[in-house]
Ligand binder design. Structure first.
Ligand SMILES: Nc1ncnc2c1ncn2[C@@H]1O[C@H](COP(=O)(O)OP(=O)(O)O)[C@@H](O)[C@H]1O
Ligand SMILES: [Mg+2]
Length: 259
């Protein structure tokens, strides 16, 4: 794992309420280059709220967000993208009737000059699509098949590759293996490892403890809006995760970083 510099993304004491509901309370989280951080917690723990905050969809009431050490306000999804943070939401937001290339460039099409034809732009986009798909070893029989005809793993692959078109430093994945079969799940875990090997910071929200244990370098546990535990690879047992999530016992400090 390469951790030559400080964190790519760092949240300090981030708090957010919805009406009277405490969604997040003074939550700290960071992700370094070449690191996979898993965010786990029961329903209502605050995972989606945290993802929305770092995606620029919601703003925190208090607390600080730093990107590469610089204090930042991620006021919109565009601002988050410009800061190098891209999110793949659970619904993937793919257009079923469009092909892989069209989906990859959806909303970020390469515009040719006024006199260059449509075919030229398509050619440029196809070349770039090939490159980004290859970088994650996403295999498609054809670039022009409507994505509705592809497997769940391939669709997740395309959604992740779309996030990579702008070469983000941080990629956030919301439940990337939910609703996938065993082999496609393994495929997606491989994609996550490749993102890490490319030196990106990866944040994965997941319900699946097995997936989390396989892929996470660090695990942040939220419960009722608060961060209740943090575990490092090799420094926890499966039951530690469950107890932290359910509040069965509060882990002591020496469980953090044991390896
Ligand atoms: N837009 C919203 N309006 C009101 N309450 C919300 C909203 N979004 C989330 N919440 C509440 O905030 C808490 C955290 O929710 P959420 O971040 O979705 O948790 P998780 O993704 O871990 O299930 C929950 O109590 C939820 O009901
Ligand atoms: Mg959620």
């Amino acid at each position: 794992m390469t951790q030559t510099s400080g964190p790519l993304l760092e949240l300090t004491k981030v708090t957010k309420h919805f009406g009277g509901v405490r969604a997040l309370h003074e939550v700290d989280m960071s992700v370094h280059p070449g690191e996979v951080v898993a965010l786990i917690g029961d329903n209502g723990a605050g995972k989606s709220t945290l993802v929305k905050i770092v995606s620029g969809v919601e703003s925190p009431e208090t607390g600080e967000i730093r990107v590469r050490g610089q204090s930042t306000r991620l006021e919109s999804p565009r601002a988050a993208a410009e800061a190098g943070i891209r999110t793949v939401f659970q619904d993937l937001s793919l257009c079923d009737n469009l092909d892989a290339v069209q989906n990859l460039f959806l909303g970020q099409e390469r515009h040719g000059s006024a006199w260059s034809g449509r075919r030229i732009r398509r050619h440029v986009m196809e070349e770039q699509a090939q490159k980004v798909l290859q970088s994650l070893s996403v295999k498609l029989r054809s670039l022009s098949t409507p994505v509705v005809a592809l497997s769940g793993g391939q669709r997740q692959g395309i959604a992740i590759c779309r996030a990579l078109i702008s070469d983000p430093a941080v990629v956030i994945l919301d439940e990337p293996t939910a609703a996938l079969g065993v082999s496609q799940r393994a495929e997606v875990l491989d994609l996550i490892r490749r993102l890490r090997d490319q030196g990106r910071g990866v944040v994965v929200v997941s319900h699946d403890m097995k997936d989390v244990r396989q892929v996470a370098d660090r695990i942040v546990v939220l419960r009722l809006g608060a961060k209740v535990a943090e575990f490092h690879r090799g420094g926890y047992t499966p039951s530690d995760l469950v107890s932290a999530m359910t509040g069965a016992h509060e882990p002591s400090d020496d469980e953090d970083g044991r390896s």
